[in-house]
Design a protein around this ligand. Structure first.
Ligand code: UGA
Length: 427
């Protein structure tokens, strides 16, 4: 099929490359010319394993290209996926990019004679498609939904660090729609994916995305709360969760206690769902508490450090890992931001190392010391905090910590094995 993908960020590019690999013809659209050039040169504008290699392959095969010309992309495709950001604004989810793209698409559809399908892939709160996207498309195209264009919701469940694999092997594909023609077209598009397809209406599809993220975030805050209790009882919370997770109703995944969740999705999506609930005059107490636990969890790391080290003033702390999780350079809402900020406020000297995230971290914290490797960070330090479970840290051995001035190692993620003087935030 001929597909255009509007917005070539993490979701858009992963989606476009994935559809190209599935033998569709893909046109990526972005209003950032520099990004468009990079993509056409085979360069992924952000770090995402495997994506760049596959992009290069699909460019070579002529199955994908990027442009900043929306009209060209829509006139030369049958389906457009909206993949623009939906950040969390002052009053809840910020839908300005969605509104803009809906208007722009509407204006292009005015000039298109053939039937075209618009698919909302961006994460939007329930009712957005029916209340915002549809009316704008109709108004700006001057055409009515159903006869001239179709509209579906097709949420993404991609994890940073494994986006392409998640796209190609999804647990489920959700198609929200109300007209057979566009639903059938999407079913055809996804027919060679080996995954169940769930067909719902628009707002249910929108809700499925939020509930998935809210539930995963709830599992993490639950695991952290249990972890905090286990720590006081001198119980290894990982041993507890390994046994608890064997119950198939519970499942072991996302029960890893630590410094809490970060990234561009969980915090934003939970906040948006909370605001949406409140606008419906329902107070989502559980969801609020999930966020609250997550807000406090990173700072427990600093409290523990203080308990072990005493006054933190002028102490040198090695921080290993800055990204919100491994295999990404993303530091958005990363627990490391709060922890480093708190260390600096307490007068610590911070020596940080991360394999991918230091360039971005430097923009927020230009005045800490950035190291070339873990050893440089550890050298002469009074303590070490491990904040991301990069593979590189898993291979650190007891002797690697011998260069520290004082052997105090606190893990915010469970990484090390057999290292003396090491304890976890929750274990
Ligand atoms: C998340 C979801 O997992 C994806 O399904 C979804 O598509 C995506 O958000 C999105 O909405 O776009 P992502 O944010 O990339 O993906 O990362 P996750 O792997 O889910 O991890 C999120 C955070 O939770 C990380 O900071 C991670 O360290 C933390 N986490 C995860 C824990 O603290 N404990 C765990 O047991 C698991």
């Amino acid at each position: 099929m001929k597909i255009s993908v509007i917005g070539s960020g993490f979701v858009g590019l992963s989606t476009g490359v994935g559809f190209a690999k599935k033998e569709n013809d893909v046109i990526l659209v972005d209003n950032d010319r520099e990004k468009v050039n990079k993509i056409n040169d085979g360069v992924c504008p952000f770090y995402e394993p495997e994506l760049e290699d596959e992009l290069v392959e699909q460019l070579y095969l002529g199955k994908i290209k990027a442009t900043d010309d929306l009209q060209y992309a829509v006139l030369n495709s049958d389906i457009s996926f909206i993949c623009v950001p939906t950040p969390f604004g002052k009053k809840g989810i910020d839908l300005s990019y969605i509104e803009k793209v809906s208007k722009d698409l509407g204006m292009v559809l005015k000039d298109k004679n053939a039937y075209h399908i618009v698919v909302v892939k961006s994460t939007v709160v329930p009712e957005t498609t029916e209340r915002i996207v549809l009316p704008l498309l109709e108004r700006f195209s001057g055409k009515s939904f159903g006869n001239y264009f179709g509209l579906c919701v097709n949420p993404e469940f991609l994890r940073e660090g494994s986006a392409l694999n998640d796209f190609l092997n999804p647990d489920r594909i959700v198609i929200g729609g109300i007209d057979e023609k566009s639903i059938d077209a999407l079913k055809r598009l996804y027919k060679n994916f080996n995954s169940p397809i769930i067909v719902t209406d628009w707002r249910t599809a929108e809700m499925i995305k939020y509930v998935s993220n809210a539930f995963l975030a709830t599992k993490i805050s639950f695991a952290n709360e249990i972890g905090n209790i286990c720590k006081k009882l001198d119980i290894d919370t990982y041993e507890v969760m390994d046994a608890v997770g064997l119950d198939h109703r519970i499942c072991r995944e996302f029960l890893n206690a630590g410094i809490g969740f970060g990234g561009s999705c969980f915090p934003k999506d939970l906040s948006a769902l909370i605001v949406k609930s409140e606008s419906l005059r329902y107070e989502p107490k559980l969801l609020k508490e999930v966020l609250e636990i997550n807000k406090k969890q990173p700072l427990r790391m600093v409290e523990l450090l203080k308990e072990r080290l005493g006054d933190l003033k002028d102490k040198t702390v090695a921080v290993l890992g800055l990204s919100f999780k491994p295999n990404t350079s993303d530091i958005r809402d990363a627990p490391s931001l709060k922890i480093v900020d708190s260390l600096l406020k307490r007068g610590c000297k911070v020596k940080a190392y991360d394999p991918k995230a230091m360039d971005d971290f430097k923009k927020m914290f230009p005045n800490i010391t950035y190291c070339r490797n873990p050893r440089d960070a550890l050298n002469g330090s009074d303590a070490c905090l491990i904040l991301t479970e990069w593979d590189e840290f898993k291979s650190l051995r007891d002797t690697d910590f011998g260069v520290m001035k004082n052997r105090l190692i606190i893990e915010g993620r469970r990484v090390l094995k057999g290292v003396k003087g090491c304890e976890g935030i929750c274990w």
